[in-house]
Design a protein around this ligand. Sequence first.
Ligand SMILES: [Zn+2]
Length: 408
Amino acid sequence: MSAKRSRLILSILMLVSLLTVLLSVVGFLPEDGTAQKLGWISAGGQAGGSDGAVDQPGTDQSPDSGLEDPKAEVAAGDLAEFPVADLVPADDPSGQLDSWPAQSSIERVREVDLASWTGRTKDQAPLTGITIFLDPGHGGQDTGALYPAHSSDPTAIESEINLEVAQKVRTELEALGATVILIRESDIWQSIFYRIAWTGRYLAEQFLAELADAGFESGKIEDLIPLLDQVMLINSDSDASGGRGLMSGEGASEELKLLLDVQAQYEDALYLSIHCNALDDDSSVRGLQVFYLTGATAYARENELAVDRGLANAAPVYRMYQDAARKKLARLVQDSILERLPALKYEGQKSLIDENYAVLRELNLASVLIELGFISNASDRALLLDPASQQQMAAGIAEAVYHYYCLP
Ligand SMILES: [Zn+2]
């Protein structure tokens, strides 16, 4: 191409983009809701920026409160309201909490053909199409476990180890073709509920976009977005913080049930929370433990809480988790790490534990919480701090994900 011609084309392009900007400024062009939303998602690819600031709802990083979604306006008339069933909670005759029926309040929109990943080999980016949320536990003001415990000058800091391992897991998983979303990229504080709400919001936004593609809109699902923003704004794990909004614990409101029903359609996504354990009064305890949560345990534990706290009016309990998938993932993560680092074998009673952790309960993806080892134990601590061993842990976790999807 001649230089003259290039200059001409460049000038035309510049003129067109200038015109576009002008038109959008004076309001001739519709605001692109989709781009705005995706922009928020990628800008906040990690929930919270590297400067430690969290994405605050209501700023330009956050989409409008859903109800006035410009995209819906543009397509008005084309989109039908997506039906959401009014389910009636099952009364428990024995005086325990009510529970939501094991039935989704919405029709399936996403078709996830898990069989299409079966048999893929590692040289063909086998996890393409799979999204992994990686949650390095703690951060910022919350260091997690320390060694020595309560030290002002610790030699091992859980939040740092969690992040180092998570970053290695990301590299491993990306090499296998997965889309990896690290919930935090740096040493910043985010409450457990912030992380859950951020992930829930990400999936709700995606779901709304997919609904639109299918010819639907949903006021009820859009209404969830500001509720999730509120949880992120509260950004606290404590009851005394004025509540956790939608994630109030002790059962699931209708809105939370809807959110969890949406997430149930994401079999192509996993949530992995990465932690280290500690036991201050017994440094001999060591080894890997992997936690998951089933519907039965969620129900049992929520009932215990209701008794303890006298929560007569607790909301019905959500029980429709992906029990089998969670158990399978937990076992694979354990086996795959131990295959590489046999010294991490847990010698106590149980290494796979069905437990009611909020991060597993308020999200309905196949999910596990991994306690890599005990920072309070010398042998585990040496592994947790050693980059080569961290790499083995990361390779084990990535192998488990590969196995989960491709070698069922
Ligand atoms: Zn932890």
